[in-house]
Write a protein that binds this ligand. Structure first.
Ligand code: APR
Length: 320
């Protein structure tokens, strides 16, 4: 892949993404981390792994933002991860400052890049990152729905004892507590989840339990790990978006994209919606006809995101 991928944050997700990109033979992978030595050390480790794999990727690391010069795509995972007992929203203040400095660096070194934000609380951080970087709407997105959808598919595949590839699901809305799984559009073995419920193969209470477990999918892992949060599936989810963009796949993915009136949101915001991702970035936002319940779920999500944006205004992160 004749492209330069920038990874801002060389921690757990950044490092795992570096490995995925190296295995996929990306020509250039540049890691940045504020912690001295970390990005350089990870780059060496990754380079040696790539050598074993026979990959010719050129992997570099630095604690200077200049390493991001001319990146085609940048994934931002910089910040503090969620620790046990910490909600995503608790992270707001800590990570908002990080988004400001990273956004300014993107504006300076790679203003033409496609930018994917992973840092939590996602829907708020991607908003701030755009505010600081001035990247246009179609070239900046947040990663949430792919991970939530993967978790939902994984739990459903376990329930139905069928291959996860036989399950198609779209989880929209905000990340986590207010996510909206589209039950009507979820297919298990080619049959909609709604139909499975109707036929008694999936009692409504079991479906609710699976949805609840998906909502708390990140928290379940945090509680088990004790020392950090999930990073392998989040990295793989972000990689799905990198690939869709750099390979111009024009793939339908649930992505936190900038939406305005079309989704009945109270103000412009980033919200998980079905998007066609390709070389131009967000090439299209797909408009489904939502049921009243789905629309209500999205309205609740939008209200939660709007209140985060309000918090950021109050804390002074959105003033010019
Ligand atoms: N600029 C660049 N890197 C930074 C900055 C900054 N201002 N502040 C912190 N970092 C770096 C840290 O030094 C660390 O190496 O970001 C990295 C984050 O890595 P981890 O702590 O391992 O966190 P990770 O599991 O990768 O998650 C990153 O993604 O899913 C979200 O909630 C998660 O917000 C968290 C983010």
């Amino acid at each position: 892949m004749n492209k330069k991928l920038g990874l801002v944050g060389a921690g757990n997700i950044g490092g795992t993404l570096g490995l995925l990109a190296a295995l996929a033979e990306y020509q250039e992978i540049a890691l940045f981390d504020v912690k001295p030595g970390l990005a350089k050390g990870k780059a060496l480790d990754l380079g040696q792994a790539a050598a074993l794999h026979g990959s010719s990727s050129r992997i570099t690391g630095s604690d200077s933002f200049a390493i991001l010069e001319d990146c085609d795509c940048v994934v931002v995972t910089a910040g503090s991860p969620r620790l046990p007992g910490m909600s995503r929203d608790d992270l707001l203040s800590v990570n908002a400052k990080v988004m400001q400095s990273v956004g300014q660096a993107i504006a300076q070194y790679c203003p033409g890049a496609f930018v994917i934000c992973v840092t939590n609380p996602l829907d708020a951080m991607v908003y701030l990152l755009q505010h600081a970087s001035k990247i246009p709407d179609h070239r900046i997105v947040g990663m949430a729905g792919i991970l939530d959808s993967a978790r939902f598919r994984y739990f459903l595949s376990d329930y139905f004892k069928t291959g996860v590839q036989n399950i198609h699901a779209l989880v929209l809305g905000g990340h986590g507590d207010t996510m909206v799984p589209l039950v009507r559009h979820t297919l298990v073995d080619g049959i909609s989840l709604e139909k499975h419920v109707e036929l008694g193969r999936l009692p409504a209470a079991d479906l609710e339990a699976i949805i609840q477990r998906t909502r708390q999918g990140g928290g379940e892992i945090v509680a088990l790990l004790q020392t950090g949060s999930a990073f392998i599936a989040p990295a793989r989810s972000a990689f799905e978006m990198v690939q869709a963009h750099l390979r111009d796949e024009k793939k339908l993915l649930p992505v936190a994209a900038k939406v305005t009136v079309e989704f009945n949101v109270p103000q412009p915001m980033f919200l998980g919606v079905p998007v066609i991702l390709g070389a131009k970035g967000v090439e299209k936002i797909i408009q489904y006809e939502f049921t009243e319940q789905e629309q209500q779920g999205l309205t609740n999500s939008a209200a939660a995101v709007a209140s985060l944006i309000e918090d950021m205004h109050r804390l002074g992160f959105l003033s010019e």
